[in-house]
Ligand binder design. Structure first.
Ligand code: GDP
Ligand code: MG
Length: 162
């Protein structure tokens, strides 16, 4: 089986945009990944000749389960199944209570957690990323999923963590 990279984070932080950025044109939905249900979509991805499974965990309806419960479920799923967990935060908003709750869970993970400070679209926004050191998950990696800024460096980092 391919290494699994799970993307977790609150709604609207840019998880799906990041997934699309990583997949480029090679998007392919993987049906047979264990534990993947309607609210977790798995794709087969390729970077630098290395194949891996990318799981976008954000498909559920947060209002149905309650946002806190959803994030907890998502983080626990990732900790049980992924080889690398990518935790995405919206750096233009900063760390919310929900982000802090997810971070508290993810700090206990026995596998690498890559912290993404998304929506750093330009140099002026870099300072927003630095504030996410407060999540206690190490260095925040500034990225713009929308424009592709630093997304190659992020992928290198994810593959190194496998
Ligand atoms: P998800 O709910 O976490 O999957 O978030 P989405 O990928 O659906 O993105 C939510 C919104 O944030 C959309 O309007 C995106 O266009 C926007 N977005 C995502 N990434 C970025 C980014 O890097 N910069 C900016 N400015 N907007 C972004
Ligand atoms: Mg999404």
């Amino acid at each position: 089986p391919l290494p699994v990279v799970a993307i977790v984070g609150r709604p609207n932080v840019g998880k799906s945009t990041l997934v699309n950025r990583i997949l480029g044109r090679r998007a392919a939905v993987v049906q047979d990944t264990p534990g993947v249900t309607r609210d977790r979509i798995a794709y087969e991805a390729l970077w630098n000749g290395k194949r891996f499974t990318l799981v976008d965990t954000g498909g559920w309806d947060p209002k149905a389960a309650g946002l806190g419960a959803s994030i907890t479920r998502q983080a626990e799923y990732a900790m049980n199944t992924a080889d690398v967990i990518v935790f995405v935060v919206d750096s233009s908003v900063g760390a919310t209570d929900t982000d802090l709750a997810a971070a508290r869970i993810l700090r206990r993970a026995d596998r690498p957690v890559v912290l993404v400070a998304n929506k750093v679209d330009d140099e002026r926004s870099e300072a927003n990323a630095a504030e996410l050191w407060s999540l206690g998950l190490g260095e925040p990696n500034p990225v713009s999923a929308l424009h592709g800024r630093n997304s190659g460096d992020l992928l290198d980092l994810i593959l190194d963590a496998m």
